[in-house]
Design a protein around this ligand. Sequence first.
Ligand code: ZN
Length: 154
Amino acid sequence: MNWYKIAQYADEPPEWDFPEAEHDYNPSWDYAQVIPDEKLKAITEEVMNDINNNLMPQIGMGKAKTAYIEDADGALAKYVHGTQPYPVFVIDLESIRRGAEKYGVDIGGQIEATLIHELGHAIQEWMGLEMDEDEAESFAEHYHYYRELKKFWE
Ligand SMILES: [Zn+2]
């Protein structure tokens, strides 16, 4: 057995797999995918499950999926333009962790707020609206405080 090969394979991020999507976008085209911290990944998956099971049906979009990457062009996360209604998000969990530690805020809340903000951008594109930062941020804040969608697109 070639142990070197096995070790190397184990260090590779899992293959990108998004069969529901109508597009074939692969985050590897633009970003370095990483193996995320297990705990932070579990939090992220929980948020994505909430988005896919509870929010997307209310919005009328398909499914969303998040890739774990190292550097979202200096941002904590990004919505990949052109991927709606099956939006792809990329997220830099280590930068979110550093920010949460620096400002003493809850990392779970931070991950959720970041992803809901990016979902806001996906909706903006889906509805042919301008990419509006304030609108995306207030969409995320509203969900954080009231656990319901602020339907800015209706
Ligand atoms: Zn934004």
